[in-house]
Design a protein around this ligand. Structure first.
Ligand code: ZN
Length: 315
């Protein structure tokens, strides 16, 4: 935005005064504000020709403070608005959503929607964005925000915006989180000692289960079943793989974050146990965790994408 004073701050402009809650007067052109808001259009029907040398402008007292009205008028005059600034607060975006609703200003709502989805803002305030999206019926925003909340600790703090939504709406978020964690853990589970098809198809499977063939190979192994041409066959896999999957599942019950699959502590634990036991096996087995963990991360991502948040607008 330029350093020049916006036109609505100059008393020589406009044919209407909008007076903010602090008593600040903005000099506005009726046709511009009426064009933006059907509520104002109804309020200001006919331009009144005023006789005499000093025409007076009608005054509309509004309940919003000046920083909200300057954002609205910036949008009105310049098609830009200060609230796209990522440092904007949740309270400001909420006030704009409220003004957008009250004065039926689609342009304001749409800019506020973009502010909610602005990546730094969303990353910083995912719970507030979820609450505001539910309160103002922005379904796509609510879904994006819910996805973003998965990497938070399981018990969220009370944040601005929660006062706008019902307990039920908040429960939908918890249910979504639980469903995502459980879908991911199901995909990682070796239930009934069985390897899952996606693991076999992960491209690095041959290396994961590589064995030097030595009968006295000291690498700890677990016996698991793998489906070969439709028939279950028992084979041996590094015990470290079973532990990797179990520990990852435990972590996912805290934060539902796909990148946990490639977290250094899990990878190092696997590599450590593979390299110390048998140097001959280590060559292939230790490195196999890198592509396998990447395949695992993709799998978790896919599980989460398959879960749908139940959206229920709160107002
Ligand atoms: Zn070996």
């Amino acid at each position: 935005m330029s350093d020049l004073k916006p036109p609505y701050q100059s008393s020589s402009n406009g044919d209407l005064i909008i007076r903010t809650s602090e008593g600040i007067e903005y000099h506005v052109h009726k046709f511009l504000i009426a064009n933006m808001s059907p509520i104002f259009a109804d309020m200001l029907p006919i331009p009144q020709p005023v006789a005499g040398p000093e025409p007076t402008k009608p005054v509309v007292d509004v309940t919003e403070p000046m920083h909200i009205w300057s954002a609205i008028l910036d949008l009105c005059y310049f098609q830009e608005a200060a609230f796209e600034d990522p440092s904007g607060t949740v309270e400001t975006v909420q006030a704009l959503l409220e003004a957008g609703k009250k004065y039926e200003m689609c342009a304001v709502t749409s800019r506020a929607r973009r502010a909610l989805l602005h990546p730094p803002f969303l990353a910083c305030h995912p719970l507030s964005v979820y609450a505001l999206a539910c309160a103002y019926q922005l379904e796509d925003v609510a879904r994006r925000a819910a996805r973003e909340t998965l990497s938070l600790p399981p018990v969220p703090p009370f944040v601005p915006g929660f006062e706008l939504i019902s307990v039920r709406t908040l429960c939908h978020l918890f249910d979504y989180r639980k469903a995502c964690a459980s879908a991911a853990c199901d995909a990682l589970s070796l239930a009934r000692g069985r390897i899952q098809p996606w693991m076999q198809e992960s491209g690095c499977w041959e290396s994961v289960r590589f064995s030097c063939g030595d009968r006295n190979c000291p690498l700890l192994r677990a016996r698991l079943d793998e489906k070969v041409h439709g028939i279950w066959k028992t084979k041996e896999y590094p015990q470290a793989l079973v532990e990797y999957l179990e520990r990852l599942c435990e972590k996912l019950n805290g934060e539902v974050r796909p990148s946990l699959a490639t977290s250094p502590d899990l990878l190092m634990a696997f590599i450590g146990s593979a390299t110390t036991a048998c140097p001959k096996c280590a060559v292939k087995v230790a490195g196999s965790i890198v592509p396998f963990s990447t395949a695992t991360e993709c799998m978790i991502e896919r599980c989460i994408s398959g879960i749908t948040l139940e959206f229920e607008p709160s107002l």
